[in-house]
Design a protein around this ligand. Structure first.
Ligand code: SF4
Length: 336
């Protein structure tokens, strides 16, 4: 990875790179929030939501004082709700230990950040690098793909720590925020997983995968496993005015969100589900069953008030689809 290559990358980034608000700041709080939003989520999907969130909670203090239900509401639809719980727990912990100054003053800021809930090796390095507190190249899956190809190294992306360790050993001139931003943009626009656009890539002169003639063979594919299916029955009691929802426990799937109560069938259901939803580790097949009376764990939520509640995206879609009227609760919808 020569200096010539780095200059080619810089020229490309200046011409083609994106200028996001969160790339223009050195405020560690804003960087942390942005990186948390961007985990497992497409930029296009979150950009406006992130700006809304930062306008509502512009500082660590504002987040520390936030109502969890309000934060969840701003987050709804983005999935991975554990991120919200971790964000709030980390905000509290950081606040009580003296805020960002305590990280800046720490003998080992990387280690100090890694003790906070939800902050892993990538996010910790991103915060320190982008805030100007350390020279790191944070490696996410996209950056790891480029490094794998550049170095002609087939190590699968599941070995993220391997790529991060190698990135930590790069010369300091490669461990700069703009390099990380450039590689992230390059991964999104040029070094695509299945169809890398090597001819227009600023790195092709030194890219081992390109010179091998088979760039997509790097990195080696993960072994794909079929996701197991979990069948869930959602229990619905509703009138023309309201639907009865319960708040899910703070920990676990859809933690802290409002939801229809649910149960797992004693035996596998043979019929197709009313809806399917993919999680990272399993597929949820959702069924619905009508109740003659509300469960004690539930509270009535007026149909007109649903927007104010943080609901899992598939449950919101299901309720919108039902758009309650007694006639819409057809036998076809109620399986089993
Ligand atoms: S030359 Fe091709 S494989 Fe190599 S980094 Fe660029 S786009 Fe990716």
């Amino acid at each position: 990875m020569s200096e010539t290559l780095r200059e080619a990358l810089r020229a490309w980034y200046e011409e083609e790179g994106r200028r996001f608000v969160w790339r223009e700041t050195q405020d560690p709080y804003q960087i942390w929030i942005a990186e948390t939003f961007l985990q497992q989520t497409q930029i296009a999907q979150v950009e406006q939501r992130l700006l809304t969130f930062l306008a509502r909670y512009p500082t660590l203090k504002a987040l520390v004082e936030a109502e969890e239900s309000e934060v969840l509401r701003l987050w709804q639809g983005l999935g991975y709700y554990q991120r919200v719980h971790n964000l709030l727990r980390a905000a509290q912990a950081l606040w009580h230990q003296g805020g960002w100054a305590s990280i800046a003053k720490s003998a080992d800021p990387l280690k100090a950040l890694l003790t906070l809930p939800g902050i892993g090796p990538y996010t910790a390095r991103a915060i320190l690098s982008f805030a100007g507190w350390g020279a790191y190249l944070p490696v996410d899956g996209n950056v790891a793909r480029i490094l794998s190809r550049l170095w002609g190294d087939p190590t699968p992306l599941s070995q993220r720590h391997y790529y991060q360790k190698k990135a930590d050993a790069l010369p300091e001139s490669w461990r700069q925020p703009w390099v990380a931003f450039a590689l992230m943009d390059l991964a999104r626009l040029v070094c695509l997983p299945r169809r890398p656009r090597c001819k227009i890539c600023p790195l092709h002169a030194e890219c081992q995968a390109f010179h091998s003639g088979k760039p997509t063979q790097f990195p080696a594919p993960r072994l794909t496993k079929t996701k197991p299916i979990q069948q869930w029955i959602f229990l619905i009691y509703a009138t023309s005015e309201a639907v009865w929802l319960e708040r899910r426990p703070a920990k676990g799937l859809w933690g802290g969100l409002w939801c229809l109560p649910s149960e797992r069938p004693a035996q596998p259901l043979p019929s197709p589900p009313v809806f399917r939803h993919a999680f990272s580790h399993f597929q949820l097949w959702g069924y619905i069953k009508s109740l003659p009376a509300p469960l004690p764990s539930t509270n009535p939520v007026a149909w007109s008030e649903l927007e104010r509640y943080a609901l899992p995206a598939p449950i919101r879609r299901l309720l919108q689809r039902l758009a309650f009227s007694p006639s819409s609760f057809t036998a076809e919808l109620f399986r089993p």
